[in-house]
Design a binder for this molecule. Structure first.
Ligand SMILES: Cc1ncc(COP(=O)(O)O)c(C=O)c1O
Length: 409
């Protein structure tokens, strides 16, 4: 890429996008088509060879021995917490710590498990949970912490793990927005008891719907796979599980095949989604490299506006995977800026407001005064895309439009 600082603004503005510059990108490759066709030719859609390979390779890339695919990141989070709750005998109403800025699913899964989310404010520069705010929220009923690696940036895991150890808490990494990024040399997904990822539209790997749980705890992986599959007895979680010549074992399987041992869900996914994900794994380095390069370029191109907008920061001890490009407005009106960008075909989304969601207000009342950073982000934050589908032309255009807005203002 050329030096972003030496850009001529008039050249930037010569390009006009023909379609909205969205927050996500999808370009189905020949390899994806080939693998999907292999699935169709195999006449097998249920859990099979593609999902097994995808789960194993994905888990290994995140420092884990076991991977379990489901139909969404939310489903993976939901069964991860349920499996831990059942194993440890946690009671309804026990507490789980979550950040005050995150996608709504992080807190929803706590409520769906009949537990209580306890919010902790986030850091004003990285937008991740503030480890210094966690200890004050730990009480006799606290059972787990769910740090979120938001927008592609790993949370500050060492102090979180230290607190978890000191207070005997489980850690579920919500890594739905971050893959293939490391913190102090270790990949996301390798820190907690379990981590959950999403392969929904606009993420790094896009399988349509899809989620993955990764863990080094074999029993937890089996419990999660069972919960995804209606809570079925673990003896029969795949149609291959009855391939045995041992008549006694065969009868045992037949006897348990339709036995449900916990209150599970229909969260399964098919070989078609797994084939898409597995094919995209081959491109992961390119996807991440392009996103990082794009974000770096955009930061440089926008750096002259730093008094007006807060740009993403990348602490030295971690990598940013840049699923998204967060911005917090310091000067001028966030809503006018968003309206201007949208009019100019640049898609924006609010920056993961949680506490102000109508349903959270209904459930918890007005929590925002207790979470000043979250409230500030809620009022002034938004994000745009910086994905691999953008090149210099699109990024110059985006940067040019920010400049135009502030010049006009
Ligand atoms: C932080 C976070 N957690 C959970 C999810 C849920 O993932 P899914 O949409 O696959 O259910 C998302 C979705 O983007 C997310 O951003």
């Amino acid at each position: 890429m050329s030096d972003p600082r030496s850009k001529d603004v008039s050249a930037t503005l010569a390009y006009e996008p023909s379609a909205q510059l969205g927050v996500g990108d999808l370009a189905i490759s020949e390899l994806e088509k080939r693998y999907v066709n292999e699935v169709l030719d195999s006449n097998r859609l249920s859990y099979g060879p593609f999902m097994r390979r995808f789960e194993q390779e994905f888990a290994a890339l995140h420092g884990c021995r076991f991977g379990v695919m489901s139909n969404s990141g939310t489903s993976s989070l939901q069964v991860a917490l349920q499996a831990l709750k059942e194993r440890h005998g946690w009671a309804d109403g026990d507490e789980v710590i979550v950040p005050a800025v995150t996608f709504v699913a992080t807190a929803n899964i706590v409520l769906h498990n009949r537990m209580t989310p306890v919010f902790v404010d986030v850091l004003a520069d990285t937008y991740n949970i503030d480890p210094a705010g966690i200890e004050a929220k730990i009480g006799p009923r606290t059972r787990a912490i769910v740090p979120v690696h938001l927008f592609g940036l790993p949370a500050d895991m060492d102090p979180i793990l230290e607190l978890a150890r000191a207070h005997d808490l489980k850690v579920i990494e919500d890594s739905c927005e971050t893959m293939f990024a490391s913190y102090r040399g270790r990949p996301v997904g390798s820190f907690g008891d379990v981590a959950c990822f999403s392969t929904y539209v606009a993420h790094f790997l896009v399988t349509g719907v899809g989620g993955l749980g990764t863990t080094n705890d074999g029993e937890l992986a089996v419990a999660m796979r069972s919960l995804i599959n209606h809570g079925r007895d673990a003896i029969y979680l795949s149609i291959d599980d009855d391939e045995t010549d041992d008549p006694e074992r065969l009868f045992m399987i037949a006897d348990k095949r339709f036995s449900f041992v916990s209150l599970g869900h229909s969260f399964r996914v098919t070989e078609l989604e797994a084939a898409l994900g597995y094919a995209q794994l081959e491109n992961r380095e390119e996807i991440i490299r392009r996103r990082r390069d794009n974000a770096r370029y955009l930061i440089e191109r926008l750096s002259h506006l730093e008094e007006a907008i807060q740009l993403p920061v990348v602490p030295e001890d971690r990598e940013h995977a840049f699923m998204l490009f967060p911005v917090v407005v310091r000067q001028g009106s966030r809503d006018e800026l968003i309206a201007f960008l949208e009019r100019n075909l640049i898609e924006t989304r609010y920056m993961m407001p949680l506490l102000s969601q109508p349903i959270y207000r209904e459930l918890f009342g007005d929590l925002e005064p207790e979470y000043p950073v979250a409230a500030h982000i809620d009022r002034n934050g938004f994000y745009i895309g910086c994905h691999q589908g953008f090149g210099e032309r699109e990024l110059d255009y985006i940067a040019g439009k920010f400049g135009e807005f502030y010049r006009a203002g």
